[in-house]
Design a protein around this ligand. Structure first.
Ligand SMILES: C[S@@+](CC[C@H](N)C(=O)[O-])C[C@H]1O[C@@H](n2cnc3c(N)ncnc32)[C@H](O)[C@@H]1O
Length: 211
């Protein structure tokens, strides 16, 4: 059964700031500098939608954003955000079920993949990969384990909490960066946050991919 963040929508942002301070926010804002004016952007799993307001601060107009969120409650909060003169199309559905006629310049996946088992990660990654233009950029931020004991403690606690509340399907972190390597993405830039527990990556899709 797909996860659903409906139960956590009303407190999700506050809880994440209590645990991580501004790290989850900074990890996403860091990525926004890699978005060019007038880009066509696909955001998958945007949560309460605060990222739309940060995007609008940088680009008050000209962006064409497709915002896909599986949780109806998260989507309702996202729709209230200021989007300036940008065009936003809100789609309340699982990202893997969505189809588009045109590819995107940018795919943005902020803390989406940590919800998934390895097989779901592969399916969703393949789907998003096909939606990104050759030469486009994929902006991803998520947790990584670099061998520190406290990372495992925090991660396990999050998995237990969100498994009970939001029915997320996994209890281990899937191998996200392996997907980028297997699909021959070039790392254009990356930065870590919260020690090195969070990794933000700017990955370029090879021009030779025509899928
Ligand atoms: C861990 S939260 C992160 C939210 C937001 N990106 C943030 O950092 O505040 C994951 C989000 O992805 C959404 N999500 C999970 N699976 C999804 C899917 N298959 N398609 C679209 N959204 C999904 C959840 O509803 C939730 O809002």
């Amino acid at each position: 059964m797909a996860s659903n963040y409906d139960n956590s929508a009303w407190f999700y942002d506050r809880l994440s700031r209590v645990v991580y301070g501004d790290a989850l926010v900074h990890a996403q804002i860091y990525l926004l500098q890699f978005i060019k004016p007038n880009s066509r952007i696909l955001i998958a799993g945007g949560g309460t939608g605060w990222i739309l307001e940060e995007l609008t601060k940088k680009h008050p107009s000209g962006l064409k954003i497709t915002y896909v969120e599986i949780s109806a409650n998260m989507m309702a909060l996202s729709k209230k955000r200021s989007i300036g003169h940008n065009e936003v199309s809100f789609i309340n559905a699982p990202i893997e079920d969505t189809v588009y006629t045109e590819q995107f310049d940018v795919v943005f996946t902020p803390f989406l993949f940590d919800n998934f088992r390895e097989d779901t990660l592969q399916n969703v990654f393949n789907h998003l990969h096909k939606l990104l233009k050759p030469g486009g950029v994929w902006l991803n931020t998520d947790f990584q384990l670099t061998g520190k004991w406290w990372q495992n403690v925090l991660l396990k606690s999050m998995f237990v909490f969100f498994r009970i509340l939001c029915r997320i399907e996994t209890s281990v972190l899937p191998n996200i960066m392996r997907q980028f390597k297997q699909h021959q993405y070039e790392t254009i830039a990356e930065q870590t946050f919260f020690g090195d527990f969070i990794l933000s990556t700017v990955a370029g899709k090879s021009l030779s991919f025509r899928a």
